[in-house]
Design a binder for this molecule. Sequence first.
Ligand code: GRF
Length: 195
Amino acid sequence: FLASKNGSNMQAIIDACADGRIPASPSLLICNNPTAFAAARARAAGLTVEILNGKTHPNPSDLDLAIEEALLAHQIDLVILAGYMKRIGKRVLSSFSNRILNIHPSLLPKFGGRGMYGIRVHQAVIQSGESETGATVHLVNERYDEGPILQQRSINVDSEDTPEALQQRTLVLEHSLYPDTIAKIAKGEIDLPDP
Ligand code: GRF
C-alpha cells in the first residue's frame, strides 16, 4: 500500500485479506506522512511500515528509487494506492507497470484529474447537477486518473445531498468496491494487461 491519510480503504482491504475474501497477503505500507492514521493501522495489522518522503529523500529521483527498492525487497505483486497524495515516480511506474491500482471517488473520467481530490470532487458533482456519482478503481499510469478502468460502482445523488454526505456515502461504497476488485484480480477474474 501507499497511503498518506486515514487509510480506511487500506483497512478494508487488509480485513478482506484476513477473512479470506481476497486470497493475498498484505505486507508493506509506504507512507509519506509519519503521523498518518494509516501508519498506525498498518502496524496494528502486522505490516512493515516505511516512511519515505521529501524529508528522508530530498531528491525526487532518490525517493522514487527508495520506493522501488522497498517494493522489490518485499516482493510486491500489486501496489495499492489508498489515499496517497503524492505522485508516483517514473521508476516505480515502469517497474510496476499495469500493477499499480488507485481508487477515485467519482465515476471517471468525470471529475478526475488535477485538483480533483477530497471534498472538491463531491462539490463539483453537486454543482454540476449530476444525478449519480460513485467510485472507480483504475490502473495508474503517468496520466494519473486516466489509466484503464477496472471496476466502477454508482450511487444516486439526492437533491438534499451535501458534499460531505456524498463523500461519506462514496467512501462506504469504496470500502466494498476496492476489496472486490482486488479479489477478482487475485482470483484471475479480472485480467491485468501485461506489465
Ligand atoms: C478516498 O476517498 C479515495 O477515493 C481517495 O482518497 C480517499 C482515501 O481515504 N483516493 P482513506 O484514507 O482510504 O480513508
